[in-house]
Structure formats: structure tokens, C-alpha cells
Design a protein. Structure first.
Lengths: 307, 307
């Protein structure tokens, strides 16, 4: 079986290096960061931290070099899905493409380029330390399932879940993966931008009563939008928020969006709060707090542009 | 007539220097910034910009030096009202004290220390350039009236308005000054923190459609809270917002709260959005957007504290 990781940043690298441990899987990685690609090809892709792994795989920044693949696993930032799939779609003419990205709307963007799409959500996290080397911060589960309008066959979804699980990335194949996806979207949309706008770590956001109440207000809107779509969350995002605030979990963690803001990189807010607002509008559910947060983060991004 | 300016920052200095031009008014200034006090006593208080004035007055950081005064004009930042009045109240045993501060709740804080209170709102603005020298950026009107629970007599309110007007600070005495006060509070609460959270000037906030819509959402909540109290705004805050966004008015203006955030100074958000939330709660008017903005700015302030 041949799998191509599309976007081999921190999360993509966790899948790539672990899947490369399997004898029956050939792993390719497509990424535009040439130094990272070169390091992977020369020395392998190294993970350290929650697990120590070196994966041997083929990496490239040239989409035309990709051979036909059975699966794609898309792990770009959400705003790069369209361009990454436009470049790589030829490799998935006979395969299925799974997203493990943040936010909502990624499946729809993938489905504009390929036939069979797998919905997915992943909790493991890490960061690139240097080209070819990723720090694996958090282990966690992945949930995948059909993207309803253009689903991959159930058998294929199970085959991908089985490979990931055997590789050390525990993955469940469900008939409806939206419950896990929306739990994570709601968690991210309620905590990430609050950290980004205030400069506070996850634990400190949760300590300030006024802010914790705002987080719950954002969660409530997200839950209402999920419910209006007939989605049953697999667990309450509030539990995840409180769990992550523990000193032994992620009290000191700077949300990825805060890292983006500090580095003046475009954020994924359009696919988090912006996504909740869009799905809310389509389902007649008001989302004024998510709209406010979306607007503020877009304002922060605008402030980096010269006039 | 003897008038003491309590808090002789930018706005206090505009009143102090102009009132000191009048032969029938003796002006004192109470301020904790010793360098500013010393400069005023040595060289007078100089205004430049919208008007060029040098005022001769007595300044002090020692409240016990203040003689009995007919009027106080309080111009401290809103969070310093209580401590400033606790120190200076003895000077106003026979007088009346007027606020020209930002936000809501200042009259109540003053009334804890003195008998007769005058509600007030002022639009002129400036900034301290160096000790003893204030740049007068914007001319504008002042509106004063009784603080209903502990009003100064109408005759006294008119006497103060007349002195300010003769001194070049046009001031109207109204039986109900709340319409002007709430228009300014709503304007400030809807634009200041949005600039502070995004880093954008007033004009750029208004250009980004998502943000301009958030500003209107904040305005609508403020209007509802005013209406619930029986307050009739003297004009629509939306007009002031659009007017200020013009390139020839305040397009490039950084809101005072953005200046505070950039300098890591405590902001007045508790008296702007926080005030709207409190009055909303007292009047059963929901204010979720103002609560969100209040929480985010408190979070920003918290991020400056070491853990």
C-alpha cells in the first residue's frame, strides 16, 4: 500500500514517520519546505519526545514526482488545502484522500479535486524543531469516517485506520466521524483565538473567570451549530478544555494560533470560528460570539499589513 | 471662584490652563506626577496645537495643601477616581465636584466622598508632550448636569458651565446630561477596545467589514442599555464612528486604549464595556458582546503579569 502525506509539517510528520515503520506501506511526503524535504531524504524523518522514531520515506516538493497512491493524508494548514490538492490530485486518481487538518471545510476543499474523501480528526501534536526533526508533544487518537457527499468505501477507510493503528497512531474508523471532528473544532475555536488575542497560555485563560465564561459562550454556540446539523458530539468539549488546563497537561501551552500571531503568520481562524459562523448561517443558528472572535483575529492579521 | 482640577493629565490640563485665563477664577491642580507639578509651578502650564495657551496656576501632589474650593473637576483615569477623591474630598466640603472622565460609574465613585456631584462628558482630547506641556489635539464640547442621587444645585452647574465656556472650553449645562455621556461611552466602548485588541487605527477598524459589524453589534447593545434606563442619546454613536473614520478626522488615530495596551498600562475597560455589562445586568438587558470584549481586554492586562 502506498500513502502520500500531503503537507509534512508537525502533524503530517507524525503520520509519515510512524507509517514508514510498516513493511507493507510505502510512504511519500509532499511538502514545499525544501530544507525539510532534503533532510528527510538524506537522513530520514526523526521524531523525539512522546515517541522516538526514525522513518525512511521519499519526500518531494515536486508534485509531478508523486506515483499513484492508495491514500493521501492531508495535513497542511487549512488555508493551503486547495493549492496542495490542485498540485497532487493526479496521484489519487485511484485512491482515497483523508484530512487530519484543523477546522471545518477541508473535506469540501479536497472533494473539489479528488473522487473519494475520508473525513478525519487527529489529536496528536508536535512541532518542527529543525528540518527533518519533529518534537512529538502529545499522543492521541485519530478518528476517520466517510465524507458523506463523496465517501471512500468503508473497506478502504478501515484499511487506512488499521495501517495507522499498527504504526502507533491509534485510529478508529466510524460510520460518522463528525462527532469527534466537531468536538475538536469547538475546542479549538473556543480556546485558540482567546489565547491568540490575549497572549495567555491555555491554563491562564481558564483561570480568569470572565475569560472562561467567554470560552463557554463560544462552546455553546458551536454545540448549537453541531446539533442543528444532527451531529452528536463524542464527548463534551468543556471536559477537554478543563482537562487541558491542568498543570500536568497543557497549562503552559501556547495555542497554535497564539504561536501564529506571535510569528505574524496567517491563522486558521477562517476554518475555526469562521467555519462555525458559516455552518451556523446555513442552519439558522446565531453565532455572534464566534463572529466577534473571527473579526478580531482577522483584524490582528490585517494590522501586520502595511497600509 | 476657586476650581481644583483633580488629575491634571491631558484632559485635566486643557481645563486647568484655559480656566486659568479668567480673572475671576483661581485654579489649583492636584496630580501625583511630580515632574509635571513642578514644571507647572515653575513655568506655567502650556497648551499647543488646537490652541496656544499658557496657564498660571498652583499645582500640588500634596492633597492637604489644597484650600477650600467651589468646584472640583475630576479628570483622572477612571480607576483612580476613588483614591483621588479620598485624598482631596476635604477641599470640596462646601463645593461641588464634576467629572469629565471616560466611562460610567465615576459619579457614583465621587459621591462616596463628597455631597454635591455634577455629571459630565467632554470631547476635547490631547496628550502630554513633556512635563508642563500638553498637545491639544481636538477641540470639542463639554456637557454637564446633575448627578441625580446627589445633585449639585442647578445654579452651581450653570456657574461652572459659564466659567468653562468663557475660558474657551464650550460647556452646556443640561437638566439631563446622560444622553451625551452615554453617546460617548458607547462610542468609546465600541471602538477603543477593538483597536486595542487588533492594533488597528480607528479608520482601519472601520474599513474591515467583519470588524465594522462587530462595532455596530457593540453599539446596539449599548443603545439598548441606555434605552432601558430611559436615557435618550443626544445623537447616534454610529454617526460619530463614521465621522471619526474620515481621513481628515481620525483615520490614523490610535485609540487611547491601544496606546495603553502598547505601553502596558491598565486600561479603562472596566468603566467602558464593563460598565455597559453592569448597567445591562441591572436593567435585564443582555450584553454578550460587551462582556466578551471586556473579558479579552482583562486577559490582555493579565498577560503582562508574571505568573
Amino acid at each position: 500500500m502506498r500513502i502520500c502525506i500531503v503537507g509534512c509539517g508537525a502533524v503530517g510528520s507524525l503520520f509519515a514517520a510512524n507509517l514508514a515503520q510498516l513493511d507493507d506501506v510505502e510512504v511519500w511526503a509532499y511538502d514545499l519546505a525544501r530544507a525539510h524535504v532534503d533532510a528527510i531524504n538524506e537522513r530520514g524523518l526523526r521524531l523525539s519526545g512522546a515517541g522516538d522514531v526514525v522513518g525512511r520515506l521519499r519526500a518531494t516538493s515536486e508534485a509531478r514526482e508523486l506515483p499513484p497512491c492508495d491514500f493521501g493524508i492531508v495535513a497542511t494548514k487549512a488555508m493551503h488545502t486547495g493549492s496542495a490538492l490542485a498540485a497532487t490530485a493526479h496521484a489519487f486518481g485511484g485512491g482515497a484522500v483523508c484530512t487530519v487538518q484543523n477546522g471545518v471545510g477541508n473535506e469540501e476543499a479536497i472533494a473539489e479535486h479528488v473522487e473519494r474523501v475520508i473525513r478525519g480528526t487527529t489529536f496528536p501534536a508536535g512541532k518542527i524543531v529543525e528540518p527533518g526533526h519533529v518534537q512529538w508533544d502529545v499522543k492521541g487518537d485519530t478518528t476517520i469516517g466517510p465524507f458523506e457527499p463523496q465517501p471512500a468505501p468503508a473497506r478502504e477507510i478501515e484499511r487506512l485506520a488499521d495501517a495507522c493503528t499498527r504504526a502507533g497512531m491509534p485510529t478508529k474508523a466510524l460510520p460518522d466521524a463528525r462527532g469527534a471532528q466537531w468536538r475538536k473544532v469547538i475546542f479549538n475555536a473556543s480556546t485558540n483565538p482567546v489565547g491568540a488575542l490575549t497572549g495567555l497560555t491555555h491554563g491562564r485563560v481558564c483561570e480568569l473567570e470572565l475569560l472562561r465564561r467567554l470560552v463557554s459562550g463560544l462552546v455553546d454556540e458551536g454545540k448549537a451549530v453541531a446539533t442543528a446539523q444532527g451531529i452528536v458530539l463524542d464527548a463534551d468539549p468543556e471536559e477537554l478544555i478543563d482537562y487541558a488546563a491542568r498543570p500536568d497537561v497543557a497549562y503552559d501551552h501556547k495555542a497554535s494560533m497564539l504561536q501564529d500571531v506571535e510569528a505574524r503568520r496567517q491563522t486558521e481562524v477562517d476554518y475555526l470560528n469562521g467555519g462555525i459562523v458559516r455552518y451556523g448561517r446555513d442552519n439558522d443558528v446565531p453565532t455572534p460570539l464566534n463572529a466577534a472572535i473571527w473579526a478580531l483575529v482577522k483584524g490582528v492579521e490585517r494590522s501586520w499589513q502595511e497600509q
